[in-house]
Design a protein around this ligand. Structure first.
Ligand code: ADP
Length: 482
């Protein structure tokens, strides 16, 4: 971290109630490039988390009493500071997460956009008046902050998954406690440093680190937490959802995906290939909205495969700090081992792996991008999230049939398709069982549109004007004036 222009952004303590706090134990954070040690963060006890929650509860009284405009001004300062520190924040992210530096800086700007957006949206939270059913009644609603919020976030977007939750929470007048992934705590702590500099009051934005299971218990079960938000795997989401049941917490879950990417015979193939590259290989394939299954119409299959293979062969695997790197290391060796199991299963069942020509020696956390052809529904790789740079190609003939295959999954986060036929565009978009659909594009995420899944991909929407609703409660007032 000695290359940072602002070394104060590299914090190795938790940020609780406006203080930098240490623990008796610590966790080591490593660089996925070579497992070298970047630093340590505290491993807090459950008692320390309980104290944090109580302090966040006390602090919320003052924060929620401010006007939305006053909170907005402070959030806007935070947004400006994040943007001003994009180089250092990007470097911290690449060092702990592995993604190429340009992508890391892109994520920082994306992360900042949620703070900016919700600084604005916070001022547009309204109640309503309701026509009465009894002439002497006057009915209305007021909207109030839900209470202390907690969030557990993943390593694949170490900054944006925090601001997408903290932005609306703070704008609504809530306080929040964030537990970032143990692989990427430094991006979260750097955001906390900037939150402090922006003047966010003590106890309103807190970052805690430590053993996930230990910290997860109070964050999902403490009676003073009113809302829990999680982004991560469906498996862990299920457990945390269950934990929230004991105190009936309002819960948002952004879980796994299994995005189909369908190329119809009337598609612009060059556009489909360019979009496939972004959708599949961004962040090394480690995003929940990455294309997981490519369904290519028989009539354009050969053309798509030839052009796609040529592009994939150009991808450069390496250290994210090197300028020409397209795919950094995977987050852990374990991630590669899980992918290998999916690959072995597919190859044993008849899939073929194409040799792409620009392959480097696979060592440490590096894996070459791969294209698998002759893939079919019997293979695990079609049903599970790959979370890496492996593209699976499946031929299809018929629109109805491809829709059935695309929807044959427990997941429903993102889906993509390519067609120039306007009737088909609406027909297919309406029938796809997913929360988000990219049509003739592989990039759909931004702060102004609702991000979220259906089926077992999750609950709730983040970003957009919907994103603040989860952090508010609507209170109904009935006044009798007789
Ligand atoms: P990924 O596969 O992206 O690592 P996970 O669902 O395993 O997704 O992790 C997402 C977040 O959930 C991380 O912050 C991780 O530390 C946390 N986490 C994992 N298991 C638990 C658990 N049992 N209790 C609380 N948090 C957990």
């Amino acid at each position: 971290m000695n290359t940072l222009s602002n070394p104060a952004l590299f914090r190795q303590s938790c940020y609780i109630n406006g203080q930098w706090v240490d623990g008796e134990q610590s966790l080591t954070v490593t660089n996925p490039v070579d497992q070298s040690v970047l630093g340590t963060v505290p491993s807090l006890t459950e008692a320390q988390v309980n104290d944090t929650i109580e302090q966040a509860h006390e602090a919320m009284a003052g924060w929620s009493a401010l006007t939305a405009k006053e909170r907005s001004k402070i959030l806007y300062r935070w947004f400006t500071l994040i943007e001003a520190n994009v180089d250092d924040l990007g470097t911290i992210m690449t060092l702990e997460q592995g993604k190429p530096l340009q992508e890391a800086k892109g994520e920082i700007r994306y992360a900042a956009s949620f703070i900016e957006w919700f600084a604005e949206e916070g001022k547009r939270v309204y109640g309503e008046t309701i026509p009465q059913t009894v002439s002497t009644n006057r009915l209305s609603t007021i909207t109030q902050p839900i209470g202390v919020c907690s969030a557990i976030t993943p390593w694949n977007f170490p900054a944006a998954m925090i601001t997408r939750k903290a932005g609306p929470a703070l704008a609504a007048g809530c306080s929040i406690i964030i537990k970032p992934a143990s692989e990427t705590p430094f991006s979260a702590l750097a955001l906390a440093e900037l939150a402090a500099q922006a003047g966010i009051p003590a106890g309103i934005f807190n970052v805690i680190t430590g053993d996930a299971r230990t910290l997860g218990v109070p964050l999902t079960q403490h009676p003073l937490i009113s809302k829990f938000s999680f982004t991560g795997s469906t498996q862990v989401g299920r457990t945390l959802y269950e934990q929230c049941a004991s105190t009936i917490k309002k819960t948002s879950l952004e879980l796994g995906g299994n995005a189909p990417f369908i190329v119809f015979d009337d598609a612009d193939i060059d556009k489909a290939v360019a979009s496939a590259m972004l959708s599949k290989f961004r962040n090394g394939g480690q995003t929940c909205v990455c294309a997981n299954r490519f369904y290519i119409h028989d009539a354009v299959y050969d053309e798509f495969l030839e052009k796609f293979t040529a592009q994939v062969a150009k991808l450069c695997v390496g250290n994210g700090l090197d300028q020409n790197t397209d795919i950094g290391p995977m987050i852990t060796r374990r991630a590669i081992d899980s992918m290998q199991l999916l690959l072995d299963d597919a190859l044993a069942k008849g899939a073929r792996q194409l040799v792409l020509g620009n392959e480097v020696e696979e060592q440490g956390n590096y894996i070459n991008p791969k294209i698998l052809v002759d893939v079919n529904d019997s293979m695990d790789i079609v049903h599970e999230e790959i979370f890496g740079p492996i593209a699976t190609l499946i031929r299809f003939q018929d629109e109805e049939d491809v829709l059935t295959q695309a929807n044959n999954t427990i997941f429903g986060l993102a889906a993509y398709f390519f067609s120039q036929d306007i009737s088909r565009v609406y027909r297919v978009a309406e029938k796809l069982e997913s929360g988000m659909v990219g049509i003739n594009t592989g990039m759909i995420s931004n702060e102004v549109a609702p991000f979220g899944g259906v089926k077992q991909s999750g609950l709730g929407k983040e970003g957009s004007h919907y994103g603040i609703e989860d952090y508010l409660t609507v209170k109904y007032l009935c006044v009798d004036i007789a």
